[in-house]
Design a binder for this molecule. Structure first.
Ligand SMILES: [Zn+2]
Length: 106
């Protein structure tokens, strides 16, 4: 399966992601480079996504090259730095969508 849906959203948002990702439902949240002191064994570059309550931090174009966790587990940072950042961006995205839909319903 291609990433046509995700590609369309990327173009729409003007977000450039570096790795191939094959889920059409994922909302791209941009790239992320963890602060140096936090990298440790982690890859040093990620593409972040939000998808149906889950955040994804992809660090390569092969299928399994990603970390993911439920959005709720990113609160309080019970996850790595990339997923924590994805959680922050996902919540911002959700808030913006809620505001937009409220305005739209008036
Ligand atoms: Zn997805």
């Amino acid at each position: 399966m291609t990433s046509d849906g995700a590609s369309r959203r990327r173009e729409f948002q003007g977000i450039d992601m570096q790795y191939t990702h094959d889920c059409d439902d994922c909302m791209p949240l941009g790239e992320f480079t963890p602060p140096l002191e936090r990298v440790g064994d982690l890859p040093d570059n990620y593409d972040l996504y939000y998808c149906h309550g889950v955040v994804v931090a992809r660090y390569g174009s092969d299928g399994p090259d990603y970390h993911s966790t439920d959005l709720v587990f990113t609160v309080g940072r019970k996850c790595n730095a990339a997923l924590a950042e994805a959680g922050i961006r996902a919540i911002r995205y959700i808030e913006a969508e809620l505001t937009r839909s409220r305005i739209g319903n008036k």
